[in-house]
Ligand binder design. Structure first.
Ligand SMILES: Nc1nc2c(c(=O)[nH]1)N[C@H]1C(S)=C(S)[C@@H](COP(=O)(O)O)O[C@H]1N2
Ligand SMILES: [Mo]
Length: 253
């Protein structure tokens, strides 16, 4: 999947291949209207290409001395659901991350299995829409490793994170597209500031998707589902706050 977004392939598609094909189709000398249409299609494609290249850029990473002495919590800080509480009692030894949906091999991972995979550590800034930010150090497994292990099917387009906390009958969930899912700084974090991820910050594992706002950083993840559309989930807008608070689904920063 990531290969599809390499710069070379984008430029080949956007800059050369399409106009060349169109020219071939229209013959030697396209009329003015066709020329303009061609130019417009080139502009549209390069705009899209730039978006895609831009979206793969890394979020800024900070130094250990930049880590905020205090990192606020927001939203749920202690899920009430039975399964999560039973898992918490065992120090999350019984916790299993279910990965399913549009995948070739649905699989579940224990915390120990996740911790045994190659990890990434990054110091980044978290920005909440409510107007506060904090810098923290996150350690976890790149989401791409997990997705490559289970293998996405061709019709997978979004990755959904189902969380252990509920508000009334609404379960917290979030979704991201495959560009963000395969972004090198998108990790399933089980460590924060050199310790196990504290409960209030989403133990045992939470999402860090560093080019997005705070509410996309799903905490208390129980299940990851690959889907082709999120219209059937929740209220159809792709996330808890998108459904309930009309927040933007694409919360890129
Ligand atoms: N499961 C779950 N994830 C969540 C939330 C939540 O209420 N439940 N709140 C979101 C919001 S709005 C923010 S700003 C961050 C806060 O993360 P923190 O509590 O680690 O600071 O988590 C996000 N992820
Ligand atoms: Mo937030």
């Amino acid at each position: 999947m990531t290969k599809a977004f390499t710069r070379r392939r984008l430029l080949a598609t956007a800059g050369l291949a399409t106009p060349a094909l169109l020219l071939g189709y229209y013959g030697k000398t396209p009329d003015k209207k066709t020329q303009q249409a061609l130019l417009r299609s080139g502009e549209w494609l390069s705009f899209r290409a730039r978006n895609l290249i831009g979206r793969n850029a890394l979020a800024r990473e900070y130094e250990p001395e930049d880590i905020s002495p205090e990192f606020r919590t927001n939203g749920a800080t202690l899920p009430k659901t039975q399964q999560w509480n039973a898992d918490a009692k065992t120090g999350f030894q019984t916790w299993k991350l279910q990965v399913d949906g549009k995948v070739n091999t649905p699989q579940s991972f224990s915390l120990a299995q996740l911790k045994a995979l190659p990890a990434r550590t990054q110091i980044t800034r978290h920005d909440c829409v409510e107007g506060w930010s904090a810098i923290g150090q996150w350690t976890g497994v790149p989401l791409s490793s997990i997705l490559k292990t289970v293998g996405l099917t061709d019709d997978a387009r979004y990755i959904v994170f189902w969380c252990a906390d509920e508000m009334g009958s609404w379960q917290y969930y979030e979704s991201i597209d495959l560009i963000d899912a395969f972004h090198p700084q998108t990790i399933l974090a089980f460590g924060m500031n050199g310790q196990n991820l504290p409960v209030e910050h989403g133990a045992p594992a939470r999402l860090r998707v560093e080019r997005q706002l705070g509410y996309k950083q799903a905490k208390f993840i129980m299940r990851i589902e690959a889907v082709s559309s999120f219209e059937q989930l929740g209220d159809g807008k792709g996330g808890f706050w998108e459904d309930l608070g009309n927040y933007e689904w694409y919360a890129g920063i």
